[in-house]
Design a protein around this ligand. Structure first.
Ligand code: MN
Length: 252
């Protein structure tokens, strides 16, 4: 029986991690370690100046997990290196409420948890549902089962994780599955300027997702077109073209 580590960034109380935990039950022995509160958009942050505390937490249908007062990357590190007897065969992160495509991959705690797994040499997959507030996870769970099964069979190359985005539409409307590239979806920031009860100004970041891509093989477009998008992602970020161009800069 394979061992599966389940984590997320929406926190251990989120509906998406319960769905992912449920989906993984048929595939192996499941261990859950997730932030005790929501840690969306913390990227790959880790905790080094504070203690990390862990509590056992129970939810419905036998869900038991480690609630960690840390980031998604902390959860993966501590689960693999301190809580589990041996490393898991696969790490799955999600199911995030909201897509993680384009530039948002850089901010995503969901993806960063999977990246941390990859750094630890464990095949890892991030799952996100393109829905906000009200998530319907039935179809996303099937996708997670299928992808995790294949990853357990085939493994993943060192340094590569899979970023899976599932459209937030009913299963009958889903057009299929596309292997995609990371595109250019970005969050167009807007800072709401407000005044607190003591007359001091503060700002609250808000905004909207924008997609400049038209290529249907980009992650954001594929999801918008009704496809499940699967993007292989490497955390090795060197730009090979610039590596060559930079030789000519005469920097010495
Ligand atoms: Mn999140």
């Amino acid at each position: 029986m394979p061992t599966i580590l389940v984590t997320n960034d929406d926190g251990i109380h989120a509906p998406g991690i319960h769905a992912l935990w449920e989906a993984m039950q048929t595939l192996g022995t499941v261990v859950v370690a997730a932030p005790n509160t929501e840690k969306s958009a913390v990227g790959h942050a880790i905790t080094i100046a504070d203690p990390i505390r862990i509590e056992s937490l129970n939810r419905t249908n036998g869900f038991q997990g480690y609630a960690v007062n840390g980031t998604p990357a902390d959860c993966v590190k501590i689960a693999v290196q301190a809580l589990m007897d041996s490393p898991p065969d696969v790490i799955v992160s999600g199911i995030n409420m909201g897509s993680n495509t384009g530039n948002n991959v850089m901010y995503s705690g969901t993806v960063s948890a999977a990246t941390e797994g990859t750094i630890l040499n464990i095949p890892s997959v991030a799952f996100s549902l393109d829905a906000l507030r009200k998530g319907e996870f039935t179809y996303a769970k099937k996708v997670a089962q299928k992808v995790a099964t294949r990853v357990l069979e085939k493994g993943l190359p060192k340094g590569t994780l899979l970023n899976v985005n599932i459209p937030g539409i009913s299963e009958s409307d889903v057009k299929g599955l596309k292997i995609t590239r990371q595109g250019n979806v970005f969050f167009k920031d807007r800072f709401e300027r407000r005044e607190d009860p003591r007359g001091r100004i503060y700002y609250w970041m808000t905004g909207s997702l924008e997609d400049p891509d038209t290529d249907p093989n980009m992650d954001g477009q594929a999801v918008a077109d009704g496809f499940v998008s699967i993007t292989p992602i490497c955390y090795e970020l060197t730009d090979d073209t610039m590596l060559k161009a930079l030789q000519e800069w005469d920097l010495e």
